[in-house]
Design a protein around this ligand. Sequence first.
Ligand SMILES: NC(=O)c1ccc[n+]([C@@H]2O[C@H](COP(=O)([O-])OP(=O)(O)OC[C@H]3O[C@@H](n4cnc5c(N)ncnc54)[C@H](OP(=O)(O)O)[C@@H]3O)[C@@H](O)[C@H]2O)c1
Length: 281
Amino acid sequence: MEHPDTHSLVTRQRRSVLITGAQGQLGAALVDVFATDAVTALSRADWDVRFPAPPDLASPDLVLHTAAWTNVDGAEDDPQGAAEVNVGGTAHAAELGAPIVAYSSDYVFDGRKGTPYVESDSPNPLSAYGRSKLHGEAAAGEQAWIVRSSWLYGPTGHNFVRTMLRLGAERDEVAVVDDQLGCPTYVGHLASATRELVYSSAPFGIWHLAAAGECTWADFAEAIFEGAGLDCRVKRITTAEFGAKAPRPAESVLRSEKDAPELPQWRDGLSECLAALGAAR
Ligand SMILES: NC(=O)c1ccc[n+]([C@@H]2O[C@H](COP(=O)([O-])OP(=O)(O)OC[C@H]3O[C@@H](n4cnc5c(N)ncnc54)[C@H](OP(=O)(O)O)[C@@H]3O)[C@@H](O)[C@H]2O)c1
C-alpha cells in the first residue's frame, strides 16, 4: 500500500533531507548514504532537539531523526532527561511537518518472547531508556516510519566494536556478557536499508530493520578479535555478573513480518566496519 505523501517523496527530483544527530554514528552513515540528495546535517550545536526547531529552518521533504539520548544506564539516573530528548525531541522533529524516520530500539521489548520480535509484537520496555524510546515512537506522529534497530556500531562514535578493539589491544582477556541475544547492526547497512524503505513508497508505521543472524555479546566480541587479529580471550559471563545499571532484554532479535528491506548478516557488517577502521587482519 502506498501513501500519497510517500509517493511524492519518491517521484521528487532532488529531495531536501534533514538529518538530526548528524555527528552520531548512524547520523554520519546517513549523511553518506543520502549524499545525492540535498542534505542538511544538523549536530546538537545546530539544533538541540529538546527545544523547537530554529525559526529559520525550512521544512524539508524528509526528516531522518537520529538525535537521541543513547546512554542506556545513564537514563536510569535521569529518566526525565532521557525523555526530554527522546520524546520531546522526537515531537519537535515531527513538528517540522515532513515525513519522518524516527529511529527506535529493540529495548522497547522485554526479551521474554523466546522467538524473534516482529512489528506487531507488544512492547514492554524494562528500562527508562526503553520507555523513552517507546514514548518517542508515539511522539513521531502519523507521517512516520518508526525504524527499530539494535546493537548499532560503526567506524565512529561510542560503540561495542570500538571498545573491544581498544580492550583487545590492551588485555589478554575480556569478560563479556553471554546471555543476551541480539542482532549487531552496522550503521552503513541500516542507512542503506532506510533509504530503500523511504524511497520505495513503503507505508508509514513500524519497521524492524536489523542485521540478519543473531549472536550474544560474547560471540560478537570473539568475532571482533578474530577479524582484527587480536590475541585476546573472551571470558563468558552473565548479565548479573556484569552488573549494568539498566536491565536489558535477554533475547531481542528483531525480524520483519512485513516486506522490509533485508540487511546483510552481522558478520558481513563487522567485516565492513573493521575494513573502514583499517583494523581488519
Ligand atoms: N546505539 C545503539 O545500539 C542503538 C540501538 C537501537 C536504536 N538506536 C537508536 O538509533 C538512533 C541513533 O543512535 P546512534 O547509535 O547513532 O547514537 P549516537 O551515536 O549516540 O548519536 C546520537 C546523536 O544525538 C545527539 N544528541 C544527543 N542529545 C541531543 C539533543 N538534545 N539535541 C540534538 N542532538 C542530540 C548526540 O550528540 P552528542 O554527541 O553531542 O551527545 C549524537 O550526535 C537513536 O535514536 C538510538 O536511540 C541505537
